[in-house]
Design a protein around this ligand. Structure first.
Ligand SMILES: [Zn+2]
Length: 296
């Protein structure tokens, strides 16, 4: 590949994965083997888009259909409600009190529902039109893209969050720059994204074919994420690691080559704790969380 990196402009790439990728829920594989490219400049990994019209894909709800999860608000809550307190804990409840809070890639809005009672204003940026009426009914301001947020709000948002979105966008640099412009001086962005250094990606070819997927155009290590944040004009980017799966999930992947979630094989909870802590300590967990600060 010769095209300049959309993040750092470098033109040196190496293929870091060659094989089938996931096209939706488990089992939907690409008909062809594809390359994922690692940038020699910033270290991010790029999967050239296989979708013709990415904006339409997310606006229409086709994305959720590919995941076999549908576009019903109640189903979105059923799948994601219990993940939200962890996201609030990451930033701290007090950081939200009396503040203007925006969720970029809000989905049906479970995180904003959680902070609605203490924030001064809650803003949902969400391309999927299926969620817009419900988000408005629950008192959130709603926009399709970050660029649609009125200029009166630019530089006024205290806290933005963007969980599991960065990997979907065509240009992560433009995406983060747009969010930074919305933030007040010294404002905070909390984000999450899958960890490209995930131990499972490095050690299971079947898991790698599940990890790399049509909808994720970009993959980041902690170092690549920090480089991106710097290029987007943030002054700090503190990365923490989290691992959401137990030892059973890894062992069953190795044996059956399929996702089963946690608890399929019973292990001593202490062993599971060591498994998780070890991956986190070595930066080989499945997820990255980052707190970015805009210049004061
Ligand atoms: Zn790059």
């Amino acid at each position: 590949m010769k095209t300049p990196c959309l993040i750092c402009n470098a033109t040196q790439w190496r293929s870091c994965y060659h094989g089938s990728i996931r096209m939706g829920s488990f089992g939907k594989k690409s008909p062809d083997d594809l390359n994922v490219w690692e940038c020699g400049g910033c270290g991010s990994r790029y999967l050239p888009p296989v979708m013709a019209d990415i904006e339409a894909y997310y606006k229409s709800g086709e994305y959720r259909d590919d995941l076999s999860q549908g576009n019903a608000v109640d189903e979105y809550f059923r799948l994601t409600d219990n993940d939200q307190p962890h996201k609030l804990e990451l930033i701290g409840m007090h950081e939200m009190r009396g503040k203007i809070v925006a969720d970029i890639g809000a989905g049906a809005g479970p995180f904003l529902d959680l902070v609605k009672g203490l924030a001064a204003k809650t803003i949902a940026v969400e391309p999927n039109q299926c969620y817009h009426d419900s988000l408005r009914q629950r008192g959130h301001e709603v926009y399709t893209w970050a660029q649609d947020v009125p200029s009166a709000l630019a530089g006024k948002i205290d806290v933005a969050v963007s969980y599991s979105v960065l990997e979907h966008v065509e240009s992560p640099l433009t995406f983060l720059q747009d969010i930074r412009k919305l933030l007040r001086p010294g404002g905070t962005l909390a984000l999450s994204t899958p960890n490209a250094d995930d131990w499972m990606v490095a050690n299971s070819a079947d898991y790698a074919a599940f990890f790399y997927r049509k909808v994720h155009l970009w993959y980041f290590t902690a170092t690549a994420l920090q480089r991106l944040a710097e290029l987007a004009g943030f002054v700090t980017c503190d990365v923490t690691f989290d691992h959401r799966f137990d030892l059973s999930n890894a062992m069953v992947w190795m044996r059956d080559k399929r996702p089963t979630g946690n608890g399929k094989i019973t292990f001593d909870p202490a062993l599971n704790a060591i498994w998780r802590e070890s991956l986190i300590r070595q930066g080989q967990s499945d997820y990255l969380y980052a707190i970015l600060k805009a210049p004061a």
